[in-house]
Design a protein around this ligand. Structure first.
Ligand SMILES: *Cc1c(COP(=O)(O)O)cnc(C)c1O
Length: 224
């Protein structure tokens, strides 16, 4: 039942917040709908979900035709430059920006529709070959360049932890992302300090919150 699942996830978020002396309203729940159909999504919206996450621009466009602007749309999957024009039309936050080239394209297409696009920078903290994202060492160069782009607003960082049998093993990855955010803020590489840390999925969101996450992206725990 989707309603039971949402209740359960919300309670677990609240408990993790309590444990780490944070307020539950400071952690935003993104309901990941990549494997959900319209009926299931409508049910989630009826239960108070305000933010949904999709992996692929094409899938999001189809759903957007039905759902529209009743929710905020988040792009959480890899973005190819040839999909940017569509992406800036739909998404309020793009979590997966991982190159200067992509950022430049987003800036250009956002400008053409007079939008300032909110983004997060995806970081490959674990260094796994299979993962998208900038290496931590590439961040400084990225920020120096992209923070000057007028039609992009960088709000924070995003990462995907390695898949493990034990969520505790993801903790160092989350901790590292938080440290990277603090480092970028202390170097004042952006006009505004970075606020958002998008980290934590069904298997590991509680650990992520304990390490400072304020955006969790949850699919299976809601729609399974
Ligand atoms: C699918 C996906 C999620 C949600 O994963 P669940 O395990 O279903 O909670 C979160 N983030 C990204 C980038 C995803 O691709």
């Amino acid at each position: 039942m989707i309603s039971d699942n949402i209740k359960n996830v919300t309670q677990r978020i609240a408990r993790s917040c309590e444990k780490s002396h944070r307020r539950p309203e400071d952690v935003r729940l993104i309901c990941v709908t990549k494997e959900a159909d319209i009926i299931a999504i409508e049910e989630a919206l009826g239960l108070g979900i305000t933010d949904i996450g999709e992996n692929r621009v094409q899938d999001a466009l189809l759903k957007y035709r039905v759902i529209g602007d009743r929710v905020r749309w988040h792009l959480i999957g890899h973005l190819q430059t040839n999909k940017v024009r569509d992406a800036v039309k739909v998404f309020s936050l793009i979590h997966s920006v991982d190159s200067i080239r992509l950022a430049r394209e987003i800036d250009k297409d956002a400008r053409s529709i007079k939008k300032v696009q909110d983004i997060l920078v995806q970081v490959n903290v674990s260094g796994e070959e299979s993962k998208f994202g900038l290496a931590p060492g590439e961040l400084k160069g990225f920020f120096k360049e992209v923070s000057l782009y007028p039609n992009i607003n960088i709000l924070g960082l995003m990462t995907i932890a390695p898949e493990t049998d034990d969520p505790q093993k993801a903790r160092p990855c989350f901790k590292k992302l938080r440290e990277l955010k603090d480092e970028i803020n202390s170097l004042q590489l952006t006009a505004y300090s970075l606020k958002l840390l998008s980290m934590g999925m069904t298997n590991d969101f509680e650990i992520a919150i304990e390490e400072g996450s304020n955006v969790v992206r949850i699919g299976r725990a809601i729609f399974r």
